[in-house]
Design a protein around this ligand. Structure first.
Ligand SMILES: [Mg+2]
Length: 349
């Protein structure tokens, strides 16, 4: 037995029992607290290091594992490569940084055709060119089973301006970029249809699943102007990621679910299945949009800037004091406590 925070945890406990977030918490405790060089350690979208008097480094890594994070039955290797880099760029965006360079670790069984590896890199490099990010190295290894791609991205930000999850204050408005829930619906369609030809509406949702748009430019604007008090990218789903932000900021939130931005494609898809688009928006993972909080005095400036960039940003709620937790409020102004969670590794495997 070992002391695991306030809990006594048996050493024979498995990862399934502990869950992804339990495991991360356990690992974080072994890491020293921030220093003059390490400004932000683990627990945010990325780590922040002091590079010089006029620059901070932002560093993040994310891994895609075959049969867990992707499935070759319904995605091409070019799509997988694109996404492996995109999810990391999204984490740099969530800190308000400018991505600069990346490294790739790749493990694959020896029987893998070289063409497969070429396709993965083709997907990554298409996106890298678009964002001006340089591939600077990595490592390859043989795997027994399945492909694993681990990407690490380095970014830069003006000193002390990286936006963390922990700065949300009572009264701040909660915003999201783009639309929510498309990626989850797209994945659902892929799983059902396999190789059947999808409709135009379904193709829109599938594209949103394969090709998320890292919101780097808007994230940069928010950090440079100091407009966002806290920020996170939506990887696990709104319900789960807002909870992360609220826990880090020690606040609660009131979400206005009838304001959730939902694409026309998702609205049509949900209607056809007689399901709620709001539910997709709340629980859908992998949107890779930005969730951020703004002091009320800055709301007009943020909305005007987003409009100039032709990017949809939508206020979806308000930060409240911690004891109130996260609640959903609808048209009838009845408040419902939010209990649904997003994706968590190990618990879902
Ligand atoms: Mg993130």
């Amino acid at each position: 037995m070992s002391r695991d925070g306030d809990r006594v945890v048996s050493r024979s406990i498995t990862l399934n029992q502990l869950g992804e977030f339990g495991l991360l918490q356990r690992l974080f405790r072994r890491i020293p607290s921030p220093s003059r060089t390490v400004l932000i350690g683990p627990g945010d979208d990325a780590a922040v290091l002091r590079a010089s008097a006029d620059r901070d480094w932002i560093v993040t890594t994310d891994m895609l594992v075959e049969a867990v994070d992707f499935n070759r039955a319904y995605s091409s290797f070019r799509q997988i490569g694109y996404k492996a880099l995109a999810v990391n760029l999204s984490d740099i965006a969530a800190m308000g940084g400018r991505p600069v360079a990346f490294l790739v670790g790749l493990a694959a069984p020896g029987r893998t055709p070289v063409r497969t590896v070429d396709e993965i890199y083709r997907g990554m490099l298409t996106l890298a060119r678009r964002y001006g990010v340089a591939l600077i190295g990595g490592d390859v290894s043989a795997a027994r089973q399945g492909i694993m791609i681990s990407v690490m991205v380095l970014g830069l930000v003006e000193p002390g301006t990286a936006v963390t999850r922990s700065g949300a204050k009572f009264g701040d408005r909660i915003y999201v970029t783009g639309t929510l829930g498309d990626s989850r619906a797209g994945l659902e369609i892929l799983k059902q249809k396999r190789r059947l030809k999808p409709s135009a509406m379904e193709s829109t949702l599938i594209r949103r699943h394969f090709f998320p748009t890292p919101r780097v430019e808007f994230g940069r604007l928010l950090s440079r102007r100091g407009w966002a008090t806290a920020m996170i990218d939506l990887s696990d789903g709104l319900a789960s990621d807002l909870r992360h932000l609220c826990e880090a900021s020690r606040v609660g939130a009131r979400l206005e679910w009838n304001r959730f931005p939902v694409s026309a494609a998702l609205a049509a898809y949900a209607r056809r299945l007689n399901r709620s688009a709001t539910d997709y928006a709340l629980r859908g993972g992998e949107d890779f949009e930005l969730l951020f909080t703004v002091n009320r005095a800055r709301v007009a400036a943020v909305e005007a800037a987003a409009k100039r960039m032709a990017l949809a940003v939508t206020p979806i709620g308000t930060i409240v004091s911690k004891g109130l937790g996260i609640t959903l409020i609808g048209k009838e102004s009845r408040e419902i406590p939010l209990t649904v969670r997003g994706y968590e590794h190990f618990k879902h495997s």
